[in-house]
Design a protein around this ligand. Structure first.
Ligand SMILES: [Zn+2]
Ligand SMILES: [Zn+2]
Length: 396
């Protein structure tokens, strides 16, 4: 790799515009030149996208698994299996996401991710940029497809052991739970992106959480409060919900599952329009059925997770509701382009730089800029993924 200088030429997707005809050059695993026009003479390999696009690798801040594996299976083998499935689909950095589960299951998952991250090589699939501590601190009525037995309230004794692993970068808790405020403060001290999810929180509860450092809400409109749900819990006068709080606060970011199954086009377009590409992330929330045939699977740990069905388009629990997605970020990007008026540079930003910024890893990944890691995707003119490079190595 050291003596190879690869130039990618084509339409370059920058965070705020498309560079019509340009070159991105990489050497030693990093981006060393981004410029208009042709590849420089120093480049000894030129990969031309023709009328297609050169994009930064995607970043997924909310992902449970793929290719039959859930991160909560808790083995390095399962972690790599899921990471490879996502890399093949254009995700170069991700944050394996816990479900509800016992402290032992969560500890095992974090340890497995840490081991894979420590020894990472391009063959292992997408790079682990951190762990998303997501379950178990959900509101009792908002557990969704996660195991109810694995839900509980936050206690410092428990979460301090997770934070002390040093790999937790994103931390979720339902804002109305006893102990939520202390949890958010602890997560902020660890410099985590601190998020409220699987929650029925009211505006005042969100305001308290915001003061404690909460700045993000998981999968907008899914497993979260609404004005009617808060009225059902707290009576009148009707109060603001998580939705109003996120839309009214510039500093709050959120994410959408843009698989075309969870949210209709008007909601995807509305989220982009209201929050803008700098505060809205595309996430997969993908489970182990990604890349697998339709059938019955377990959400969460292979032995204690709840059962759901996949029809190849989405996960669902018959008679209940959706159970997260079974497709990757390349599909989310195409869905946003098809279903909303968001321009290509906005859509790609929401799958790369925005999640990188929110999770605190934008110094090294998230855009095609000199000095960042050589995580580069090649798309054809219809945004079908053609090639994937991670750290300068070809993965697809
Ligand atoms: Zn969820
Ligand atoms: Zn999830």
């Amino acid at each position: 790799m050291s003596s190879t200088r690869i130039a990618f030429t084509g339409q370059i997707i920058l965070p705020d515009r498309i560079l019509e005809r340009g070159a991105v050059e990489c050497a030693g695993g990093k981006i060393v030149r981004v410029a208009k026009g042709r590849a420089s003479r120093d480049a000894n390999v030129v990969i031309d996208a023709g009328d297609g696009y050169i994009s930064p690798g995607f970043i997924d801040i909310h992902v449970h698994g793929g290719a039959g594996a859930d991160y909560m299976d808790g083995t390095p083998h399962a972690v790599r299996q899921a990471n490879r499935a996502h890399l093949r689909r254009g995700t170069t950095s991700l944050f394996p996401t816990t479900t509800t589960g016992s402290p032992e299951e969560i500890t095992r998952m974090i340890a497995a991710c840490k081991e894979v991250a420590r020894k990472w090589k391009p063959d292992d699939g997408a790079r682990i940029a951190g762990v998303h501590l997501y379950g178990p601190y959900f509101a009792p009525g908002k557990v969704g497809c996660h195991s109810v037995d694995g839900r509980r309230e936050p206690t410092a004794d428990e979460y301090d052991t997770y934070f002390s692993s040093g790999i937790v970068r994103i931390a979720t808790c339902a804002a109305e739970l006893p102990g939520a405020e202390a949890f958010y403060k602890a997560a902020r001290r660890r410099k985590c992106l601190t998020t409220c999810g699987h929650s029925d929180a009211s505006w005042p509860e969100m305001a308290t959480a915001y003061k404690a450092g909460m700045r993000h809400v998981d999968h907008f409109w899914c497993a979260m409060s609404s004005v009617p749900s808060v009225r059902a819990r707290l009576g009148t006068p009707m109060r603001g919900s998580m939705e109003q709080f996120v839309l009214a606060h510039e500093e709050m970011s959120t994410e959408v599952i843009a698989d075309g199954q969870h949210l209709a086009p008007e909601l995807l377009a509305y989220a982009w329009k209201m929050k803008g590409p700098q505060k809205l992330c595309l996430v997969t929330d993908a489970n182990r059925a990604l890349g697998m045939p339709p059938g019955t699977y377990r959400f969460g740990p292979s032995d204690t997770g709840t059962f759901f069905e996949s029809d190849g388009k989405v996960g669902f629990v018959p008679g209940s509701g959706l159970a997260s997605s079974v497709v990757a970020l390349d599909t989310m990007v195409r869905t946003m382009l098809r279903d909303t008026p968001a321009p290509l540079e906005d859509v790609v930003r929401m799958a790369s730089l925005t999640p990188a910024e929110r999770a605190g890893v934008a110094r090294s990944v998230g855009s095609l800029e000199v000095g960042k890691l050589a995580d580069v995707l090649i798309f054809d003119a219809k945004m079908q993924l053609k090639r994937v490079f991670v750290h300068g190595f070809s993965a697809l």
